[in-house]
Design a protein around this ligand. Structure first.
Ligand SMILES: O=C(C[C@@H]1CCCCN1)Cn1cnc2cc(Cl)c(F)cc2c1=O
Ligand SMILES: [Mg+2]
Length: 580
């Protein structure tokens, strides 16, 4: 492809709204341009990379036995009403009316559409298992689109859906997709981890996220240095790290006297703590460690009042609260809720003396604690010398805290490591959640009608481009992995006006293309320096320069991921490139 013929509007300076390397370089290298917030054009170079990624996805989906189709992006509201999700998703689901004022949604995902199709077309167990997939534009009206293609409002997803007649069948479909994802991300040159994840509103049982390792990633990956345990921080398991507080052994009498609390078996007392609301203030005011305090967080779980307890130096994990209670949503109580439902005051909430209809749940670490300090459910007051089992009831104990550095692996006791990641894939075992909701059934071998057992599997294809650039760039620009680079060779002629250089460059361009090599030929009249800078920015694997030694039939070559260049006889180039 000749530079003059295509459209690669490179920029010398960083765009002001780009906060991450991939966003900066993808705009500067002329791969994407923003049409509106979270909505992007793929320019010719960006589109070639997109098609290369899609080619890899299709090849691996094919190997995994999945069949490609294309579902509509425009869904009648009735479909989403059938599954009950029309009202579950709020502003994020983009909705519109057609000319007859009938409500539609722009597809944010396609469980409903695919289940309706299979319900109509697949009636017998003989047609199962079946895994269908598409590569389709999705629409989600994100509150804060950011980082270019990383979080867009219109984006490209490969979404696959498997239909099985048994749990074992789903396990097989899931494993095949899981393995296909590993192959896809490996071929895209990504360093990634598959981690245990939370299935969120979509429901289902097992689910794994595929995380591309990147410091700007929004997710935190917890993984063990010794065993294979790896999970999203939102549900990574915690243990008591073998150092559970068994207070009888730790609190000496003189220590308890100093802290103004009665000795180990003392009764609780109210302490005036004027305007002491946070854990930090409380530790200073009482001169005690945060691990001697029990923090009470007031929540509404599916609208019901809950007070969750964690040690003062821990963070409550709301995903774990939802899982413990089997709740779909949790939200922090407002000051008004705290007054009305708990009869308490923000900053002074505690588990002692709460109304009976309030469920109190506690992290496992609370179980062994004694003589702790808690809010007194009254302004400017705390209770000291409180014993969990003696002074308040806990309806459920569970692993409710967020893992933190220094915690040990819940599986093997090894050291936990924390990394940031970009979610590029997510696979779910859905079970019958959608097929039951939409009465999508097949007749089994006894003639009995049963709901399909489903799985769903997503890859953020457009997001993948950004994740790859995040992992493959240097200070000068992008460094494309060979399987997805938009072109293989970046051919530069130093002096366009020099007939010898021009002639050799033209013949090389033709020669390379004849061997099927994809060449981007910079035949512009620009200064050599500008051409070299663009070559670094665009990141093609091999730069070939036709310059002053053209008269001797010699060209200069340089790999993008190497600093040294080397010389080569021009006629050997086609062979050399073939073996790149
Ligand atoms: O998309 C999934 C699950 C899987 C992921 C793999 C491919 C198939 N879907 C989860 N999810 C996320 N955000 C959403 C946003 C909106 Cl506005 C919506 F209406 C629905 C969803 C939604 O369902
Ligand atoms: Mg996810």
């Amino acid at each position: 492809m000749r530079f003059r013929q295509t459209l690669i509007p490179t920029l010398r300076d960083d765009p002001s709204d780009a906060e991450t390397a991939s966003h900066r370089f993808m705009v500067r290298a002329g791969l994407i341009r923003q049409l509106a917030s979270g909505i992007y054009t793929y320019l010719p170079l960006g589109f070639r990379v997109l098609r290369n990624v899609e080619r890899i996805v299709r090849e691996e989906m094919e190997k995994a036995g999945a069949v490609e189709l294309l579902l509509p992006a425009l869904h009648p509201a009735e479909l989403w009403q059938e599954s009950g999700r029309w009202d579950v998703y709020g502003d994020e689901l983009m909705r519109l009316k057609d000319r007859n004022d009938r409500p539609f949604a722009l597809g944010a995902t396609h469980e409903e559409a695919i289940t309706a199709l299979v319900r109509d077309e697949v009636k017998s167990y003989k047609k199962l298992p079946l895994t269908l997939y598409q590569i389709q534009t999705k629409f989600r009206d994100e509150r804060r689109p950011r980082y270019g293609l990383l979080r867009g409002r219109e984006f490209i997803m490969k979404d696959a859906y498997s239909f099985d007649a048994s749990q074992e069948g789903l396990d097989r479909s899931y494993t095949r997709m899981y393995d296909a994802y590993s192959a896809i991300f490996r071929r895209c040159g990504l360093s990634f981890r598959a981690i245990e994840a939370d299935s969120g509103a979509i429901g289902g049982t097992d689910t794994h996220e595929f995380m591309a390792l990147a410091d700007i990633g929004e997710d935190t990956i917890v993984h063990c240095a010794h065993c294979h345990y790896a999970a999203n921080l939102e549900l990574a398991e915690c243990t008591d790290n073998g150092n559970a507080h068994t207070d009888k052994a730790t609190m000496t009498d003189d220590e308890s006297v100093r802290q103004g609390t009665p000795s180990a078996s003392g009764s609780r007392q109210i302490v005036e703590t004027p305007d002491v609301k946070t854990i930090a203030q409380l530790t200073r005011f009482l001169g005690i460690g945060a691990d001697r305090i029990v923090k009470s967080i007031a929540l509404l779980a599916d609208g019901l009042p809950v007070v969750a307890l964690v040690r003062g130096d821990r963070e409550l994990n709301e995903t774990k609260v939802r899982r413990l209670l089997g709740a779909t949503t949790t939200e922090l109580m407002t000051e008004q809720h705290i007054a009305e439902k708990l009869g308490s005051v923000p900053g002074y909430i505690g588990p002692v003396g709460l109304p009976d209809h309030v469920a109190v749940i506690a992290d496992e670490e609370i179980r062994g604690m004694r003589q702790v300090t808690v809010g007194a459910n009254a302004s400017d007051r705390h209770l000291v010398g409180v014993d969990p089992e003696r002074d308040f009831r806990v309806s459920h104990y569970g692993d409710l805290r967020t893992a933190s550095p220094g915690d040990r692996c819940a599986r093997c006791g090894g050291e936990l490591r924390f990394d940031k990641g970009i979610e590029v894939g997510h696979v779910f075992k859905l079970g019958t959640k959608y097929s039951e909701a939409m009465r999508a059934t097949y007749l089994d071998d006894t003639g009995k009608s049963r709901p399909y057992i489903m799985g769903c599997y997503g890859i953020g294809v457009s997001r993948l481009l950004s994740a790859i650039v995040e992992q493959h760039h240097d200070e000068a620009g992008i460094v494309w992995p060979t399987e997805i680079t938009p072109y293989r060779v970046h051919l530069i002629v130093v002096q366009n006006k020099d007939p010898v250089q021009k002639e050799l460059a033209e013949s090389l361009y033709d020669g390379l293309r004849k061997t099927g090599c994809e060449v981007l030929y910079d035949d512009r009249d620009d200064r050599p320096g500008a051409k070299f800078a663009d070559a670094d920015l665009l990141g093609l694997p091999l730069r070939v320069t036709v310059g002053k030694r053209a008269s001797e039939g010699i060209v200069e070559c340089k790999r993008r991921n190497e600093s040294e260049s080397f010389e080569l006889e021009a006629e050997r180039l086609p062979d050399f490139v073939r073996n790149l």
